[in-house]
Design a protein around this ligand. Structure first.
Ligand code: NAI
Length: 724
């Protein structure tokens, strides 16, 4: 047995200690399941063993499923039957066997126990947990598009009741030991030193425990099905809630509701079969695969700097300069100070710089007020930020991040002033959201040390940084920029230089398409709802009002100036022009845009919008409008890959989900194409090109990929392609 040890003491109590030597945390994978089944059989069949305690040698008891293993199953195209068999092995051969083997099992939960780890605890006859708020427990499988498929849903509902179980299963929320005790998810909370003695005492006192659902005539106290009046309300309320939250793009919450509803009506063993069936459906469908791939496996690889050039010594930023203490600069200064980096925050005047530093002061004061941080640590963090208007303060910085106005000449000016005092070894980064990095680098005395670090707003809540590699940027600079992002505990993607890079460029297609629909006569409410039903966090018109229509307009003007006739005006050019020139409605901060913002009231679509852009008949279906919004973004992403702006499909997916909230059920912009199937995607784009315009026309490169059956990610035997 590799993943656990078993020691039987003089009283015949077996101590099973989970301790996977290959991993920092114990996880549920095939090796563990084999080992644990073997351990259960020994306890069950060895007459000298009276019962078993399960604990862990690691700080955590056990995390959930081994996501890497899950991914390998997804990539191998796991079928519904195979997924069902996997669930049954863990559910029946492992947990149910443990529960019915005739010997008592206690879990002594010494740390966090989540997902499959907590399902194991639920299967044990008794649970004692350490009194440590970090030792959280729960069933968060819904967050990866799955459900607890080893008996978790069925045991939880029978232990704590449908009412309390459903929110935990549907939100995937974990709870502290004290909360778990109050809910009935664990039986005792004790200090660490008492964990094993308490477990041992219970075992000796309870030689033949039987779970209540295995007793004769067991019924759920609150009843089951729709005949139970209280449950009928619970189910219908939750169905409505799930619908409103997910727009039915995520099958897991509904599968969980099904499992609980059906399972509560059945004897326990039958209910386990139902659970496995639902689990198998989720596991063999696209959504769990997409979420696990992008949000967990590939994001994890990005966080561990999978894209870092090799052979460059690790870089540790001690002190950074931030030029421009506006919205972005002050946010960057805050996250750097939080990461224990000293910051010189520079603006044109001392007063403006101080105002930028006040941003951190405000956030830190909030954290102190909410009890998340003590005053001393807040003071220490704030003390790391020096506000100044003097360039000489930058002399010993390891790097500088420029976040002044989006204006080439202002950027050139501050770059020259900073580099005049900056040590030669330091690198220089621009936080520009649209200006080509290679062009900005021309103003630098160290173009090979010049790079784009594109943060998102608000910096402290947006975990992504888009690293933009200019034509001359050296590998050392890329490696050091990646090290900095890791130091800031953020997720990097690496892209090549182009106008708008990757994220801004694709995001623009979303808002332009929304405005274009308006111009074509699509009802504004339909546009907004279709985007949200498709999974976008906010409709395109509402987003435009937030960022202001002036922003994309400025990008269009700059691009036209830079590229002249080579620049194709966006499909929404006239809408922007009319909103700004004719109606003087730039957005929320400008007094209103596509929406009105009545004081003290809720925003509503601008009352004149329909006379400005009259709706036509017939209207497109919500599905068609939603598809149009997602496909234009996916297509533009494919173009970025074709042009080499993106080099890895994983960057595209992670960037789209984290930067602008492209729906995670799709796995991101390129995973969406894989899930739809490239040939189908191309056919649909052709159809849309005929209906809506040539911007939907797929390129020869994309067609060629379709002919070769070349997916962006590996699935079912297709070769994985990381590099385009
Ligand atoms: P902002 O207008 O809030 O801040 C710019 C700051 O730069 C101001 O405090 C201004 O006083 C200062 N500044 C201007 N000229 C200066 C000079 N010569 N010397 C020193 N300081 C000077 O702008 P924001 O939104 O923070 O944007 C900054 C940069 O970040 C821009 O390049 C923008 O494109 C980019 N960006 C903005 C995002 C956003 O959501 N606002 C997102 C990502 C990037």
């Amino acid at each position: 047995m590799q993943t656990l040890t078993m020691h039987v003491d003089a009283q015949g109590i077996a101590l099973i200690t989970l301790n996977d030597p290959a991993r920092p945390m114990n996880v549920v994978g095939p090796a563990f399941i084999d080992d644990f089944i073997e351990a259960i059989e020994r306890v069950a069949t060895d007459p000298s063993i009276v019962g078993a305690i399960v604990t862990s040698a690691k700080p955590a008891f056990m995390a959930g499923a081994d996501l890497k293993h899950l991914m390998s199953l997804f990539d191998a195209g796991v079928s519904r039957q195979q997924a069902f068999a996997l669930s049954r092995r863990a559910s029946v051969e492992m947990h149910r066997r443990l529960e019915t083997c005739g010997k008592p099992f206690v879990s002594a939960i010494n740390g966090l126990a989540l997902g499959g780890g907590f399902e194991l605890c639920l299967a044990c006859h008794w649970r004692v947990i350490v009194d440590d708020p970090k030792a959280v427990v729960g069933l968060p499988e819904v967050n990866v598009g799955l459900l607890a498929g080893s008996g978790g849903t069925q045991r939880l509902l029978r232990m704590i009741g449908v009412d309390k179980a459903l929110p935990l299963l549907l939100d995937g929320k974990s709870v502290t030991p004290q909360e778990a005790l109050a809910l009935g998810m664990v039986d005792a909370v004790v200090p660490a030193t008492e964990l094993l003695p308490t477990a041992r005492r219970w075992l000796i006192e309870t030689p033949n425990p039987v779970r209540k659902w295995d007793t004769k005539n067991y019924r759920l106290p609150e009843g089951a099905g729709l005949l139970s009046s209280s449950l009928a309300t619970t189910y219908s309320m939750n169905v409505a809630k799930v619908g409103a939250k997910t727009f039915h793009n995520y099958p897991a919450p509904i599968a969980i509701l099904d499992c609980v509803f059906e399972g509560a009506l059945m004897p326990f063993d039958k209910a386990l079969t139902v659970e496995s069936k639902h689990f198998a459906r989720l596991m063999s469908g696209p959504v769990a695969r997409n979420i696990v791939r992008t949000n967990f496996v590939n994001k994890g690889l990005a966080d561990r700097l999978a894209r870092r050039p090799e052979g460059v010594p690790k870089f540790d930023a001690r002190k950074i300069g931030v030029l421009g203490a506006g919205m972005m600069g002050s946010g960057i200064a805050y996250v750097a100070a939080l990461a224990a980096i000293d910051v010189v925050l520079l603006d044109a005047t001392q007063e403006q710089a101080e105002r930028g530093r006040d941003y951190s002061r405000k956030l830190l004061a909030g954290a102190v007020e909410r009890g998340r941080r003590d005053q001393a640590s807040a003071d220490a963090i704030l003390a790391r930020i020096t506000a100044t208007s003097s360039y000489s303060a930058l002399a010993d910085c390891d790097l500088v991040i420029e976040a002044v106005f989006e204006d080439k000449s202002v950027k050139a000016d501050v770059t020259r002033q900073a580099e005049a005092v900056l040590q030669k070894s330091a690198f220089f980064a621009s936080n520009t959201s649209t200006l080509p990095i290679s062009e900005l680098a021309r103003q630098s005395d160290r173009p090979e040390r010049y790079i784009g670090l594109h943060f998102f707003s608000p910096v402290d809540r947006m975990p992504l940084v888009e690293i933009i590699v200019g034509k001359q940027t050296s590998e050392t600079t890329v490696a050091q920029a990646l090290d900095l992002v890791a130091q800031l505990r953020m997720t990097p993607i690496v892209v090549n230089d182009s106008r708008g890079f990757y994220t801004s460029r694709v995001f623009q297609t979303f808002i332009h398409e929304g405005m274009r629909m308006l111009e074509e006569g699509v009802e504004p409410a339909l546009i907004e709802n279709a985007a949200r039903f498709a999974g976008m966090p906010v409709g395109p018109l509402a987003v435009l009002d937030e960022v202001s229509i002036e922003l994309p307009w400025k990008i269009v003007m700059q691009s036209r100036e830079a590229l002249g006739d080579a620049y194709d005006l966006p499909c929404s050019y006239d809408v922007m022009r009319r909103m700004l020139d004719e109606f003087k409605r730039p957005g929320r901060r400008g007094g209103g845009g596509f929406y009105d913002y009545p004081e003290g009231g809720k925003k509503r679509l601008w009352s004149e919008l329909k006379s400005a852009f009259p709706p036509v008949a017939p209207q497109p279906s919500v599905d068609e409008a939603g598809k149009r919004i997602l496909y234009i973004q996916a297509l533009e992403t494919a173009r970025c890959l074709e042009e080499g702006v993106l080099t890895h499909a994983a960057d595209a997916d992670i960037g789209s989900v984290l930067a602008w909230g492209f729906p995670s059920y799709t796995g991101g912009t390129l995973s969406l194409i894989d899930a739809v199937g490239l040939s189908t995607f191309i056919e649909e784009c052709e159809r849309m090109a005929a209906a809506y315009g040539p911007r939907f026309k797929p390129s020869a490169w994309l067609r060629e990929r379709a002919i070769r059956g070349h997916l962006f990610h590996a699935v079912a035997g297709h070769a994985s392609e990381a590099v385009a």
